[in-house]
Structure formats: structure tokens, C-alpha cells
Design a binder for this molecule. Structure first.
Ligand code: ARG
Ligand code: ZN
Length: 474
């Protein structure tokens, strides 16, 4: 999603006239074998997941209409994807794992569909011109299956006793909707979720409607207007209890309205901590700058399905066993670091996890009188944190290993000790401001930190960020 250009009516008329001329000219060159569109690429060459994402277009908006039957596990979906072509396109791909595509269209005309593994290729009847906005509709259905990651964890659409919970880092979202599943293509979302009466369907963003359908099911509509990487989309279906608190506070502490949801069996036990979310967000707002989204919250699921908490946008999801204050602080910090400022590629994941881990250290420093230096020294002493450089995990299997989290946080602590608290605070607030709702790489971060510090920090990066093995002293 990139900012949309607006043309005034007069300019629009002129543009239309020019386009007609261009089409006439195009018609002439076409006859003599002129420029033709080419297929968008089937991947974005991510260093760890080369096939994730697709080239040739930039998604602006996903409207996902999903009906789920927990008894059979069947999902019926319609994905309406609005995108802008970044080249002349004869065909383009979407990532989709499992499920069956019934039909697809582009700008209202049926499109040819081809399927090879997790790559869905759509060939529109007419080529799409570079710069054109187009709308594709994919109808699909089936029983979604989870993906087993390189590190053995399960992600994607996960079935629970009476519903499901969907998590997608790094690749699981392709198990429940077709899309451009790489964090570099962020978009706005609208999710319309229909489930049997008695169940709730919770998602990202703001719930704008909830109604009973003629056949006695319940349809909820969720709007997530700020740019979102597809791995941060979530759906939680089950016997959820929800609680809402309005935004409050003065200009520097204002937080967005908070909606939390907890499965009935864990609702009471999680209520007190869920109630702390506005305060934690207000504190983080003071350290990291304005909260980037129009709503906030959390989803707490009964244990037995999810293996870990995930920072799903606006509403992180937790298995009850991981719903503790430290993890909550971590996942809420990701709303700035990871969700608003997203990694350019999966190699930049330490920028998510290092900052979220450092947010835990900052929190205990401020409220439990444990200095960040103490966390740093503990992390320094642990061998597992020195297995590789956080900026260069050896393989996809190691993406979520301790160096990405702990050594990532250690880099930030060393930066703080090197530039001093005042400059470090400016970096903590300035980094999420500069890359708000965008993507950033490790090189963007080191350049930014140096620009704020006003000097070269190569010696710091060489040892703490890129160095092999543990330095002599902490
Ligand atoms: N990003 C999650 C966190 O907040 C962890 C995700 C773990 N994913 C995995 N495939 N192991 O730390
Ligand atoms: Zn994390």
C-alpha cells in the first residue's frame, strides 16, 4: 500500500483524454508487435522464503468474507483484493496453501486460474497496465490446514475444540486467504466473519457490526484501516467474552479504545491483566511516541492450540499460559516495532524481536527497579545468545532463536550505553515516527541511529550486531 494520488475533476478529464490517445497509440503499436505485459514474479526473493509474496502489484485493500463451520472445519471464503499494478501485467500470482479455488475474476471479468503448490496464478482476460488499480475476486473453500514451520512450530489456521485461531508469522496466513504474503506489501483489511450462533469471531481492528443472519448464524465485520502485513492478520472463533474500554488520558498518554476477548474458560483468570492494557500502552506511548493504530486489545485463548503469543495487529493473541505481564508488554511493544515499522525482509526480524525484548527490559527497569543493564549481563552470560549474529540467522529454522531476541536487545542496550540515555530516547521515539506504517531494514536502522547520534557507530555494529561470538566483556 502506497499513498494514493488524487486527481481533480478537470485533471481527471484531461488524464482520460490522454489515456484514450495512449490507447489508440497502443492499438497501433500492438498491431506491429508492440510492448506486451509480462507475468508478475512468483516470489519476492526473501532471503529465507524466496517464494513468499509476489511481484508486479501492490495490494491496497483486502476484503475477506469468511464463513466457518467448526464442526466440519470447512471454511468458505471470498477474497476481494484491490491492488495497483507496478508493471504491465499479463498475469500475477497470489500465495495460497491448500483450499480449492472455485473461480476468480479481475475487474469483473472471469480470470483463468492455475495452481502449482502454494502459488495461484491468475491470468486476466485483458492485460493490466502499469499504475492501474484493479480488483480481483477469488472464491475458495475447503478445510484449512496448519503449516509446520522450519522450527517445528505450527501456524496458520489452527482448529480448537469449538472454533479456530489463525496466526501467520511468517507464512501461515496463506492457509486461510489468498494474498501477497510478504511483510513488504502492507494493506488495509476488512473481515466479514460468519460463525454459528453462540460463537464469536474476533479479528483485527474495529468491530463495525454484529448481526444475526436469516439462518441463525452471527456475522461480525472488522475494519483494520491502517497498513497491515498479512502475517499480522488474525481470526479467533469460539466462546469468547469481550470487554471494551474507551480511550482515555491527556494528549501525551491517550490510548486508543481497547477491546479484549478471552475464551470463556480463561476469561476470569485473564481479566485483571487485560485491564492493565490501557496503562501499559500509555507508558509505552511516553517512551515510543504515539500509538500507531486506531484500536488496541488482546485475545486470550484456552491452552492446547497456540504454541506461543503473537503480536497480531491491534489485538495480539496469547495462549492463556503465556498471558503474563512480560509477554503482554512484549506483544504490545510490537505494535510500534514490527507492526507499524515492519521488517523489509525476514532477515530484519531482529528489529521486531530485539525492540520488543528491550521493551520488557525497559518496563522492569521503570517498574520493578531491575536495571536494563542487569538483563543485558544475564543475556551476555548465556551461550545460546551467541550462536549467530541477530542480523543474519543461518537459516529459516533459526529465525526465532535466542540471538534474534536477546542479542537483538543487547545491541540496543549497547547503543544506549554508547550514545547516552537522552540520544537513545530520541532514537526510541524517532525510529517508529520515521518509519511509521512502513518497512525498514537493518541498514535503515544503523543509518538512522547514526544520524541521530551525529556520528559513525561502526565499531558498535561490528562487534555487537554483526560480530561472531561473544566479546571479551559485557
Ligand atoms: N513473534 C512472536 C513473538 O512475539 C513469536 C512467533 C514465534 N513463531 C515461530 N514460528 N516460532 O515473539
Ligand atoms: Zn516478539
Amino acid at each position: 500500500m502506497t499513498p494514493r494520488n488524487r486527481t481533480g475533476a478537470a485533471a481527471g478529464g484531461l488524464a482520460a483524454a490522454l489515456i484514450s490517445l495512449a490507447l489508440l497509440a497502443g492499438g497501433c503499436t500492438e498491431a506491429t508487435g508492440g510492448v506486451r505485459g509480462t507475468p508478475g514474479t512468483a516470489g519476492l526473493r526473501d532471503p529465507y522464503f524466496p517464494k513468499l509474496g509476489n511481484g508486479g502489484y501492490d495490494v491496497r485493500h483486502y476484503a475477506l468474507t469468511l464463513a466457518y463451520d467448526p464442526g466440519s472445519g470447512r471454511l468458505d471464503g471470498t477474497a476481494e483484493i484491490t491492488a495497483r499494478a507496478t508493471q504491465d501485467l499479463s498475469a500475477f500470482n497470489l500465495d495460497l496453501a491448500g483450499l480449492t479455488v472455485d473461480r476468480a475474476s479481475v475487474d469483473g471479468a472471469p480470470a483463468a486460474v492455475n495452481r502449482a503448490g502454494n502459488e495461484l496464478t491468475l491470468r486476466p482476460r485483458e492485460e493490466i497496465r502499469e499504475g492501474a488499480e484493479f480488483r480481483t475476486v477469488v472464491r475458495y473453500a475447503g478445510v484449512p490446514e496448519a503449516i509446520t514451520d522450519a522450527d517445528g512450530s505450527e501456524e496458520g489456521w489452527l482448529r480448537t475444540a469449538d472454533g479456530a485461531v489463525a496466526v501467520g508469522q511468517p507464512a501461515g496466513s496463506m492457509t486461510w486467504f489468498p494474498g501477497n504474503h510478504h511483510p513488504s506489501d502492507k494493506a488495509a483489511y476488512e473481515l466479514t466473519l460468519t460463525v454459528p450462533a453462540g460463537l464469536e469471531a474476533i479479528s483485527n481492528g474495529v468491530r463495525t457490526s454484529r448481526r444475526t443472519t436469516a439462518d441463525g448464524r452471527v456475522t461480525s465485520v472488522w475494519q483494520a484501516p491502517e497498513p497491515m502485513a498479512s502475517y499480522l492478520a488474525t481470526v479467533a472463533i469460539g466462546r469468547y467474552e469481550t470487554e471494551e474500554t474507551g480511550g482515555k488520558g491527556n494528549a501525551s498518554t491517550t490510548t486508543a479504545p481497547v477491546l479484549t476477548a478471552a475464551e470463556r474458560s480463561v476469561a476470569d483468570a485473564s481479566a485483571a491483566l487485560r485491564g492493565e492494557i490501557p496503562e501499559i500502552l500509555a507508558r509505552q506511548t511516553r517512551r515510543f511516541g504515539p500509538y500507531p493504530f486506531s484500536t488496541a486489545g488482546a485475545i486470550v485463548t484456552a491452552d492446547g492450540t497456540l504454541g506461543y503469543a503473537l503480536e497480531t495487529q491491534t489485538r495480539p493473541v496469547f495462549p492463556a499460559a503465556s498471558f503474563d505481564r512480560t509477554t503482554l508488554v512484549h506483544e504490545l511493544a510490537h505494535q510500534w516495532f514490527g507492526n507499524s515499522v515492519s521488517p523489509a525482509t525476514w532477515r530484519d526480524l531482529w528489529l521486531n524481536e530485539g525492540f520488543a525484548t528491550y521493551a520488557e527490559w525497559l518496563y522492569t527497569e521503570e517498574f520493578e527497579h531491575v536495571p536494563a543493564r542487569t538483563h543485558f549481563e544475564r543475556a551476555f552470560a548465556q551461550d545460546a545468545n551467541w550462536a549467530f549474529s541477530p542480523a543474519d540467522p543461518p537459516s529459516a529454522e533459526n529465525l526465532f532463536d535466542p540471538p534474534v531476541y536477546q542479542r537483538g536487545a543487547m545491541v540496543l542496550h549497547k547503543l544506549r550505553e554508547t550514545v547516552g540515555d537522552a540520544t537513545f530516547d530520541r532514537i526510541l521515539r524517532g525510529w517508529p515516527a520515521k518509519y511509521r506504517h512502513a518497512n525498514a531494514s537493518t541498514a535503515d536502522f544503523t543509518a538512522y541511529a547514526e544520524s541521530v547520534a551525529g556520528r559513525d557507530l561502526d565499531a558498535l555494529w561490528d562487534v555487537w550486531l554483526y560480530g561472531d561470538g561473544r566479546p571479551e566483556s559485557p
